[in-house]
Design a binder for this molecule. Structure first.
Ligand SMILES: [Zn+2]
Length: 248
């Protein structure tokens, strides 16, 4: 049996040239769900926004049993993980991420902007999928095959090469700009910083820091102390220069 498939142009990134931007024939020699069909052509299910078969909306479990046309539509940003859709009926209760090892700097930047991001250079693909499922986390990765795992519901295949560009890509895809809370988390521990009295951390500070700074934050876990010094200003300037507004 054969069906016809058409992917939107946003999927060109994943598809071979002869399948980009056109309707093509696809032969089915076994019963297969549309999730399996789409992924066998290179597109992870996490990138799909909605699906139609012969103009009827379907979900990933649908198995084509007659000839027809499968239209595969991309997610249109801003993509919210907080409300249900035909393909993802169980939304998340909050926005949390897990960053794969290939986008760890992106993960740290997101923490710097106040987002909850789990990351480790030692997570295996299996662990990432398990944590994404158990802790309801959105997966960020440059590994297309990782995103074909069933346990992963919400994710983004990061396209940009450079961490700052990846940050812009993520912020705009998930519409995160208004949720930014700059400099509120420890980038090492992914834990919210608390303000701490200067006298309590005095013994940890360099003489110049003691003289010029008066507001301090501490990570409850690693006990590192932070203040809004030149490092803070430089990153803030860089992020503003990307067109991301962090003054919330
Ligand atoms: Zn810490």
């Amino acid at each position: 049996m054969k069906i016809f498939i058409q992917f939107e142009r946003q999927f060109d990134f994943f598809l071979t040239k002869n399948r980009q931007g056109r309707r093509f024939e696809h032969f089915l020699n076994r019963r297969a769900s549309v999730k399996d069909i789409i992924e066998s052509l290179g597109v992870p299910h996490t990138e799909v926004g909605h699906l139609n078969f012969n103009d009827h909306e379907i979900d990933f479990t649908y198995i084509p049993l007659l000839q027809g046309v499968l239209d595969v539509h991309a997610i249109s940003p801003p993509f919210t993980v907080l409300s249900p859709s035909a393909l993802r009926p169980g939304p998340f209760g909050s926005i949390k991420f897990i960053a794969d090892v290939n986008v760890i700097r992106l993960g740290r930047f997101l923490i710097l902007l106040g987002f909850d991001v789990s990351y480790s250079s030692s997570y295996s693909d299996q662990e990432i999928a398990d944590i994404a499922e158990i802790q309801s986390r959105i997966v960020l990765t440059r590994d297309t095959d990782l995103l074909k795992r069933r346990k992963i519901i919400f994710a983004k295949r990061i396209r940009a090469d450079l961490p700052y560009d990846q940050l812009c890509e993520t912020i705009s895809f998930f519409g995160l700009e208004k949720l930014i809370s700059f400099f509120s988390r420890c980038t090492a521990c992914n834990i919210k910083l608390v303000t701490v009295a200067k006298k309590e951390v005095m013994h940890l500070l360099e003489p110049k820091t003691k003289r010029y700074f008066h507001t301090f934050f501490q990570c409850p876990q690693c006990k590192n102390v932070f203040w809004r010094g030149s490092h803070y200003d430089n990153i803030k300037k860089k992020i503003s220069s990307l067109g991301i507004s962090i003054n919330h």
